[in-house]
Design a binder for this molecule. Structure first.
Ligand SMILES: [Zn+2]
Length: 51
């Protein structure tokens, strides 16, 4: 029984680590991707100067 719990804890830990890695990747991707401007329709940072 103890072995099963140990394996379960290990699996949960690995799953949690994987989730953290995936979320981190998503956040990095979202931060690095340039948003499409609603004013001119081009890809650049928000609040960029429009002249
Ligand atoms: Zn723009």
């Amino acid at each position: 029984m103890t072995v099963i719990y140990a394996l379960l804890a290990l699996a949960l830990g690995m799953a949690a680590g994987l989730v953290v890695i995936v979320i981190d990747e998503f956040r990095w991707e979202a931060r690095n991707r340039l948003p499409r401007c609603t004013t001119c329709g081009e890809l650049h940072r928000r609040h960029a100067a429009h002249r």
